[in-house]
Every structure is written in structure tokens, then in C-alpha cells.
Design a binder for this molecule. Sequence first.
Ligand SMILES: Nc1ncnc2c1ncn2[C@@H]1O[C@H](COP(=O)(O)OP(=O)(O)OP(=O)(O)O)[C@@H](O)[C@H]1O
Length: 771
Amino acid sequence: MTAWNQEKQNEQKRVDSVIHKLSDAVAALQSHLSGKREDVVQIRKNFWSDVTVNLENADDAIETAASIKQQSELLSEIERSHTSAETRLKTYKKLKDSPYFGRIDFREDGEENTEQVYIGIASYYDEATSSFLVHDWRAPISSLYYDHSLGKADFRAPGGTITGDLQLKRQFIIKGEEIKGMFDTGEAIGDELLQQVLGNQANTQMKSIVATIQKEQNAIIRNTSSDLLVVQGAAGCGKTSAALQRVAYLLYRDRETLQSHHIVLFSPNNMFNSYVANVLPELGEENMEQTTFQAYINHHLAQDFSVETPFEQMEDLLSGSGEPSRIDGIKFKASVDFLEAIHSYVDNLSTSGMQFLDIRFRDRVVIRAKQISEFFYSLDQRETIPYRMKKTSAWVLEELKKIERRERKKPWVEKEIQILDKNVYTKLYEKLQERNQYGADSFNDLQNEQKVLSAYVTRIAFKSIREKVEQSAFLDMKSLYSKLFQKNNKRIADLDTWNDICNQTLFNLKQNHLSNEDATPFLYVKELLIGFQSNAAVRHVFIDEAQDFSLFQFAFIQRIFPRANLTVLGDLNQSIYAHASDESFSMLRKLLGKKKPETITLSRSYRSTKEIVEFTKSLLKDGSTIIPFNRSGEKPAVVSVEGNNAHVDQVEKLIGQWLKEGHETVAIICRSAKESKKVYESLKNRMDVRLMIDEDAAFQKGVIIIPSYLAKGIEFDAVAIFDASGYQNERERKLFYTVCTRAMHELTVFYSGKPCPFIEGASENLYENVQ
Ligand SMILES: Nc1ncnc2c1ncn2[C@@H]1O[C@H](COP(=O)(O)OP(=O)(O)OP(=O)(O)O)[C@@H](O)[C@H]1O
């Protein structure tokens, strides 16, 4: 037997022994848990018989309270230990399937013995030998595995930096209790395992990468020193992966104080949310809060306006049906210039210009806007606007109370009483009877009855107005926002298309429609006036696909989560929205006023084969810094087709071939939803294919037809780009790059008619030209 085989056998013996111990631990925990479950049921059942309730005198009452407290503490202690045992059980079961993926041998300076450290998704401590049989990948010592090659190495422990000699680094693939692969490596993380992992099929759910985290990714995952961490990296370089493992790392490192609901991830759409939802549970952690910025906007504005989504905006621009000036408007409304114009406008409102709405009741004005304005400006101008708005709301509510009282005598109240629901009437009657046991009032007394009923009727009638006042709905937001779009010499932007932008904006507002570019600034103005609803409990905010965020949205997030550290991950080469700015990341530090910002750039791309990366990077104006991971495949193909029928035929043929080859996730990416629907109609009776134009749909295996902007963030085994002739405008270069970078193993670009200028710019030896 070779030394290597002998070594493998020894390792297998260790795997067997660890799994054996884990099986015992699982069995012990299971029996412990069923006992505990019984205990909890018993204590709950006997809760009141086990406490002595005696309220006769003060001393007895105190004793009773103490007894109840003791009993409930016992119960919650048992429940706590039950939950922690359940968590341990889940972890051990996972470890049993695959106990570890790495081993390092490290001799600390000054020590004689070399320590063998086996690394897995969680740690396992063996009481019998008082040792860790598996170390958590997030433990300080495990960073040696990710950060160093053999030789001198160090890691940061809570007590300081520990230096020593890294003597061995070994990787394992363990499945079904068996070592399926074992590699020794001198590299930080050897290529062999990574080759294997990346050569696999794409998944409909993202996988964790803990076994093969790269050094530069580890720097992101373990960064705890900055309050604004910006990660700029090429398509497929592992930004999302790093973000998710970072969440797991933070949850481990700060486990005493940090829980999953203290972390929020903003992602591009709900489909992406479901795509990444499995990574943390796979690592034995709970998912952080996941949301989209649009969900936040809708929550605040969708009640009063029809709000355009980013995808609807995109569709409008891609179909070319929108006004030409719209792009200027979109860019301006996402700019720092506009942000500053808003701040200075709002500052001026402190002394004059606030716009209020009349408060109407039953088609009558009961409080005039002018009165509200007078009250608002009578308040001390040194106070902030939100504070004065709160005072104004309180004043309006007081005024409403008076008006409500006066209304009680009006004829409409009498009419309402006549048609009052019988049940309501009975309830009021019962309530009054209860009250009358102690008071002089009597429901039978006609006058009192009338009083109570009219008070009830008016209170109900004013309820919705009161609620609206509490939400500051008397602020005339439409007119306040409109004032920013003046065509005369007070214009805030020096743009040739300014008048058109104003006309479009004012027209939309009149229709109670908020375009996507207006929604965020509109809400921003509103919150500046009434005060931001902030959440100080959230400690970390992650923004994925951050190149799609406007500066406004960043400014917003900073205000909503004032205590949170920000991790911003994006790729400026994938900025597909018209509001995108190449400076947005560099401006963040100043904009957000963070004290310890850091930027990490990732340039190695892991998703696609070398051939695909070489091709896609050449589509960019400056893609030279992107480095492909060394995994080979076929060159991408560029296929010219004539006419729509031939186009669809060729796509169908190719997809059939891909499926035969065993590809499981295959995408036909179209420019827009409109085009996707057309292609779907042509293909639906010819093959098993699904149309995905709804961002709420879950990502599934099979063949899908999807519009360009929805495909971002996700990946497929094979990608067919439908009609690349559609991507002509320089503005769409990055969109085209983004869709091509979705492919892991195969990429074919079809075009019919005009060639795509971005492909024409690429060197011909990077793709197969099929005529
Ligand atoms: N260290 C790694 N080990 C194994 N796989 C990795 C590693 N880093 C990245 N990957 C894989 O590369 C692919 C791309 O990763 P990910 O989606 O995180 O990249 P991204 O930078 O967010 O991409 P994009 O910007 O294009 O959306 C995924 O399949 C991921 O699992």
C-alpha cells in the first residue's frame, strides 16, 4: 500500500470514529430531548397546582407572586435548554453527514507538539477526550486554512496574534460517511477541490462555499473593523457568497449579542431572495431578514399612489416607448445635486413654504390649510421641522376633538343613530349598564342615551380622519414635491430637457402616479419633514447588487438603520439601470459620513469557464482586470440567424442538445418581458419551458425564458441569449455583459439582422462564429 493510501485509510478511520461519536451524541440528545419535552408538558399542565395561590393579605400575595415567578423561571429555563439542545441536535445531524472538509497541522511557536485541527461547518467537542474533534470554520484558528500556504503563518485570536508553522493542509470531500476525495495542498485553498465544486451543475438554490473560501473572500467575511465595507467585484467573483458567509461569521463571532433579526439583507428581487435562502440554514444558522428596497417604498407609498417598480421602468426604457428626456430625469433624480437641492429646499421650508391640505369632514372644510400653516409657523423656528410637525398633528387632533363634539348635535348624527346596527346598540347598552352600577347615568334616561349614541357615531365618523392626521396626511406632499420642478428661473437643474422633465413629473403627480425615479426622492422629502422611522436594533445591513442603488437609496438606508454597519456589494460593470453612476461607490463614504470605510476589490471570477469569462470581459470597455478561474469549457458561440422562425428553431435545437448533455438549469435570456412573452408563445408547444417574468416566482430547474434584468444575481448551466441585435445602445453594454455572465458552462448568443456592436468589439478568437 502506498503511503498516500495508508494515509487515506487512517483518515477514514478517524472519520468513522468521529461519525460513531456523533451518532452516539445524536442518540443521547434525542433521548434527552424527549425527556425534556415531557418535563415541559408536565410543568405546563401542573403550573397552577404547583404554585400556592393565597391573596388573603399582603404577605401572602408577595409569597404567591414569588411562587409564580419561580415556577415560570423553571419553565423558561427548561425551554431554553430544550431549544439549545435542539439546535445542537440539528448541527450534529449535519456533521454526521459530512463531519469536516479540511485539516490543518499547526505548531505554535514555543510549543513542542503540532496540533491537528479538523474544520467543519460547526464545532464538536468530545467530553471523553476533552478535545475538539471538529472546529467551526469560523473559529479564529480556522482562518489559517483560508489565509495561508504552508510555512510561517499566523492568526488573530481574542488574546492577540498567534504565530507558528503551518505544516499540513488537507481537503476532504466526505459523503455518506466515506472520504470521496482527499487532497493535500500548499496553496491557500488548492485549486483541485474548487475545480470539482465549480464543475458541478448550477443549483436552483445557492450553496455555501465554506470548504473553498478564497483568501480575498475571507478578508470580506471576517472583516470586523470597518463600518462601511464596500466590495467591488467582477461578475461571479463570489460577492453574494462572501456576503452570506459573512452573515454566518458575524452570527458566530457575536453570538452572545447578535441575532439573525439584527441583520438585514437588501437584494434585487424576491426571486433572488428565494435563491439565496438556503445558504445560512445549510450552515446551521437562521436566515437574516431579507427584503428589497421596492418593498420598503411600497409599504410607505403604495396606499396613496400607483408606484412604478424598477422593472417597469426598465421595460419602458427597453421598449423605447418612453420620452427621450426620461433618461435625463432618471439620472438627475438619483444625483447628489438633487439630494442637495432637496436638503436646501427643506431647510427653507423651516421659515416658509410648507404646504398643507384643508381637512374636510363630510364635504366641508373643518380646518383650513391656512390655519394649519399659521399654527406650524407660530412654533419656535429653532425646533426641527419633524418636531414641529408632531406638535402640529397634536394641535390638529385637539381641534378635531372640539369639532367632533360640536358635530354631535347635527342632524346627520341623528340619522346615523337611527340606522345603527342592532349589535352595536346592544353592546353600548350593556357597557352603559355595567358603568351605571357605580354612576348616576342611566341608559334609559333619554337624554343620556342620546349623548352616548351621538358620541359613538361621531367618534366612528372621525376615526379615519384622526388616523390620517396621526400619519401627517394633512401635509400636501404632492404640492411640496412639485415645487421642486419649477420651469422658471428657480429651476434646480441646468439641463436642456429640464422643462420636459418638469412636465412629466407634474403630469405623473397629478395622476397620483409615482415613477420609479420619483418614488425614493418623494419619500425622502416626506421623511425629512415628518421624521424618519428608524430601526436602531439592526446592527448590520447588507446591500447586494448595490450598483443598482441610487445615492438616494443609500442615504435612506443610512437613516432607517442609523446604528448599522454597512456591507455594500456590487459590480459597476453590471449597472443596468439608467440612474447608475460610476462614482456611486466612491461617494458613499462622504455621503454616509462613515468613519472607518474600507473597499475590497475582487477580480477573480469563479462562476463561468475561462472561455466564457475571456469573452464576457472583452464586452466591457475596460474588463482587463477580471481574471478567470482556470476551468475550461467550450468557447461561447455567436450564431447569426435569419428571421424570427429560424431564430426560434435554432434556439429550440440548441436547448434540446444542452438537455441531452445533462444541463439542468437552462435559460433563454431575452432583453425585455415583452420579448420573453413572444418567445414563450413560439416555444411553449414545442418544448417544456417556463416563462419567468414575475419577480416573485421561485427559481426552478428546467428551461426558462427570462428578461435580462430579472436574471441578474443568478446563474445557469447554459444560457442562450435571444436576439443580441436588440442590444445596440451604448447604455446597454453593461446589460449585455450582465446577461452573458449568467452562464456557468455554456453560452450561445443568437442575433438576427444587425450584429451586436459589443460583440463586434470583441476579438474573434474568443468565440465561435456560426453563420
Ligand atoms: N470560494 C468559492 N468556492 C466555491 N465556489 C465559489 C467560490 N466563490 C464563488 N463561488 C461560486 O461562484 C458563483 C458566483 O458566486 P456569486 O453569485 O457569489 O458571485 P457574485 O459576485 O455575487 O456574482 P454576480 O455579481 O454575477 O451576481 C457561485 O456559483 C458560487 O458558488
